[in-house]
Structure formats: C-alpha cells, structure tokens
Design a protein around this ligand. Structure first.
Ligand code: ACO
Length: 436
C-alpha cells in the first residue's frame, strides 16, 4: 500500500475541529481512505451495509474495473488468460503471483494430480446423506469434513502447511463434486486417473461407470476448463469475504472454505447459474421466444418479484468480460455437439438483445453476467442443473484459498469484527414473569 499525498478531511456539524485521515493508493483503481482511527478520534463508526464503499482488505490477486468491464488476475486480462492458459496454470498464477514456466507447470500439475484421491472414509461420510440431498449441502459437509483428515497440515502460521492445504483442496474438489453426483444417481464412485488433465479427469469421474469408460471430448474439456478459469477468483465477493472473515478467527482452511461454499450457494451469488437455467427452461415451457416481451414486463415490474437471472452485477456496470467469453464457448460447444439450434440458447440471445435495448436495463447498467451463458454450456455437456453451483465452488476454491493465504501473510491482519448502528431498545429492567 502506498501512502498518497492526498488527505481526507472530516468535519462534523456542531464541532469546530476537523480530522484528517490518510489516503492510500492502489496500483490501479480507486484510492482508499484509512479510517481505522475514526472511532478512537470521533466515537463514531461508518455505516456501509453491503460494503458499497468499503475496502475490507488490501489484495494483490484480482482487479475488477466494473465500469470498463475489465477483469485482471495478477495483472493479466481474463481474455488473455482464457485463450493462452489452462486452469491449473491459472491456479498457479493466482496462488503464486506469476505464471509458471514449463518446468514449474509440470511440477504443479504433478502435485495436484497426485492429491486427487480422497480418504476412503469420505465415502462413508457421503453415504450418510439422503440420495436427493442438494449437491451444495453435500459439498459444504464434505469440505468441512476434510478438517478431520489432515491434522498434519492445519498449522495456519506455517506457509508449507498452507501450501499443502491449498493443493489438497484444489485437487480434491473435482473428486468430491463428482462423488456427490454419482451418489445422487446411485452409481459407484469413479476413482481419479492420473493420466488425464484436471478437467478431463473430472469429466471422466462424472460420466464414466464401471461398465463403460468415458472418452473425453476435447471441445467439451476445453469449455469446462474455461468455465473453471472464468470462475477462479473475483476479488472480495460475498463468498470470498466469508472465507476471509471465517479464516480470520484462525480456523483451519477446510472449515473456512466450507463457509465459502455455504455462502456461494445463495441465488444472488453462485446459485444464480442454476436459477438462470431454471428461468430459461420455464420460459421455454411457457411459450419460448414468443413470450419474451411479456416476461420482460414482469421483470421490470417491482411487485412481481421476478428478476432476470444472469443479469446485473454489484461491481460490473458494463458487460461482464466473462460473459463475452462464455457466449463464445457456448457457441463452440453447441456446434461441436450438434446442438446449434438449441432453443434455450436462442431464447437467451433474444432476452439479451431485448434487455440491451430496453431503457430499464440500460439506465440501471444491467448487463449479462457470467452465469447467463454458463448454464447453457453445462447443460449441453450433460451436467445437471443442481450441480452448477458445485462446479462454481470447485473453480472458486483456488481464489478462496489464495485470498485466505494472502490474508494470513498480511502483517496488518486482524480478526474481522464489523461494528453496528444499534437500533434496539435502550437499557431497561427485566420484570418478574407475573408482572409482564
Ligand atoms: N433483473 C431485474 N432488475 C434488476 C436485476 C435483474 N437481474 N438486477 C438488478 N435489478 C434492478 C434492481 O431492481 C434495482 O432497481 P431500482 O434501482 O429501480 O430499485 C437496480 O437494478 C439495482 O439493483 P440492486 O439489487 O440494488 O443491485 P445490487 O448491486 O445490490 O445487486 C445482483 C446485484 C444481486 C447481482 C442483482 O443484479 C441480481 O439479483 N441479479 C440476478 C442474480 C444474478 O444473476 N446473480 C449473479 C451475480 S454474478 C455471480 O455471483 C457470479
């Protein structure tokens, strides 16, 4: 953090005093006013529910310019990473700050590949769930449950322990997600295979069975790998902030990541891709493209409670750059699988076309987000809707663990403890029960 020459000055009505606060500059993007001493100096807190104007930490991992529609991982534009790197290279970059050379990449790939197996006891744990349990319920449990298996690496102050936990989490997530899927089908779990890529291995664990192996389709493998890359990190979103807050108490990484998984499940965050596909399917069943106009009227009517899922973003007030890449991938996959005339894709394109011209969306700067097309891609690949958020969690694990690691390495690190504006009753006396 660089101290700026600027200062922020606060004056409070009724007082002649003014208070100065230091301002810090980021490498790109907005400066921040350091208000850490505000309470000590004024006996006041700041009020910012939803963190609309609050930077909760300094971070060197991901940068978003929401007005420009720009996303950088460690300084590299997402468009360049998506075209030039695979997911594990992206993980290396997010974790270590630099892209790997060929030797570093081979070593990292090997480390991850050799940690994909999960303890057999995990199978027993998973079998305790109902077959119809939501995969995110299972995943929250399994990831938290990993804390019970790795007592050798839960010293959060030891960088080597943090590294091995990161490798374990990234490596085992695909195995756990595929296990949750196989369990819902009543099929046996498929063990990972080390001769496949990270994403190819995941596809095989999902779709092979003991009677029939699964041949990985290269276009599908690349598309899913791209979905992983696009979801790998997104600075201080709700689930990442949850991981940081949870981890700030000193809890172990598996518990902190389980908290992130739980947060991601919500429909305003990771659950949006599932909700978006359900919306498209419902609209298709109720008249499809012909009913788009009517549906949009409902979306614009605040009393209807209907939102256009996959549209809008807290930070992007321009086209989400990930949505553009996802739209491209969507076209490629549908073509490779002979689904060019997929009605949901046509419906999505029509909704997007109308929304981008409609003053309601234009004035509010509502554009498609990454979830708008990712559901169509995943459905075409054969991934059930209920698993979409779990796939998102798989991909985001690297971002969560890198942010957790960064927090613990930060000399300014403190337990997270927000304050509040209390609006409850003033102090009062408890009456005896007979007098109440
Ligand atoms: N459909 C219709 N109207 C919308 C939508 C939408 N998808 N999103 C926002 N609006 C409207 C709001 O009603 C509000 O209108 P108003 O100013 O007249 O009251 C205005 O746009 C601003 O919306 P907020 O909800 O205040 O914006 P916020 O930044 O809090 O919300 C959010 C962002 C939660 C993502 C929202 O746009 C939304 O619910 N989108 C649909 C869900 C979704 O796709 N989530 C995925 C996010 S990306 C991710 O997690 C990977």
């Amino acid at each position: 953090m660089n101290l700026s020459d600027k200062k922020a000055t606060l004056s409070i009505s009724g007082s002649n005093e003014t208070i100065e606060f230091p301002v810090y500059e980021g490498s790109v993007g907005p400066d921040v006013i350091d208000i850490r001493k505000l309470y000590a100096q004024t006996d006041m807190f700041t009020y910012d529910p939803g963190f609309l104007s609050t930077a909760s930490c300094a971070s060197g991992i991901t940068y978003i310019d929401g007005d420009k529609g720009e996303l950088l991982y460690r300084g590299y534009p997402i468009e360049q990473i998506a075209v030039n790197c695979d997911f594990l290279e992206t993980c290396y970059l997010i974790l270590n700050g630099e892209l790997p050379n060929a030797e570093q990449k081979a070593d990292f790939d090997n480390q991850v590949t050799r940690h994909t197996l999960v303890n057999e006891q995990m199978h027993t744990f998973l079998r305790g769930f109902r077959r119809d349990a939501h995969p995110m319920a299972i995943l929250t449990g399994l990831v938290g449950g990993m804390s019970a298996f790795y007592h050798d690496s839960t010293d959060i102050n030891n960088p080597e322990h943090r590294h091995i936990s990161a490798i374990r989490l990234i490596a085992k997530m695909p195995t756990l997600v595929a296990m949750a899927y196989k369990y819902s089908l009543g099929q046996p779990f498929i063990y990972p295979r080390n001769d496949l890529s990270y994403t190819g291995n995941f596809l095989r664990m999902m779709f092979a069975n003991p009677c029939e192996d699964f041949e990985v389709n290269e276009v599908v493998e690349r598309a899913l790998d791209r979905i992983f890359i696009l979801h790998a990190d997104h600075e201080q979103n709700a689930s990442t902030s949850t991981v940081r807050l949870c981890g700030s108490s000193g809890t172990n990484p598996f518990a902190a990541i389980a908290a992130g998984v739980a947060c991601l499940w919500g429909p305003a965050h990771g659950g949006a891709n599932e909700a978006c596909l359900q919306m498209l399917e419902e609209l298709q069943a109720n008249g499809g493209v012909a009913k788009v106009g009517e549906f949009m009227e409902k979306v614009k009517d605040k009393n209807s409670g209907v939102r256009l899922m996959g549209f809008g973003h807290r930070v992007y007030k321009n086209y989400d750059p990930r949505a553009k890449l996802m739209q491209e991938t969507c076209k490629e996959v549908l073509q490779a699988l002979g689904l060019e005339n997929d009605p949901l894709f046509k419906l999505a394109m029509e909704l997007e076309r109308i929304a981008l011209e409609d003053p309601y969306f234009v004035e509010r700067k509502l554009y498609p987000n990454v979830d708008f097309y990712s559901g169509i891609v995943q459905r075409a690949i054969g991934i059930p809707t209920s698993l979409f958020t779990a796939i998102f969690a798989l991909a985001r694990t690297v971002g969560w663990i890198a942010q957790w690691n960064e927090m613990l390495s930060d000399p300014e690190f403190k337990i997270g403890r927000p304050r509040q504006l209390y609006t409850g009753p003033a102090p009062r006396k408890v009456k005896k029960i007979a007098d109440r």
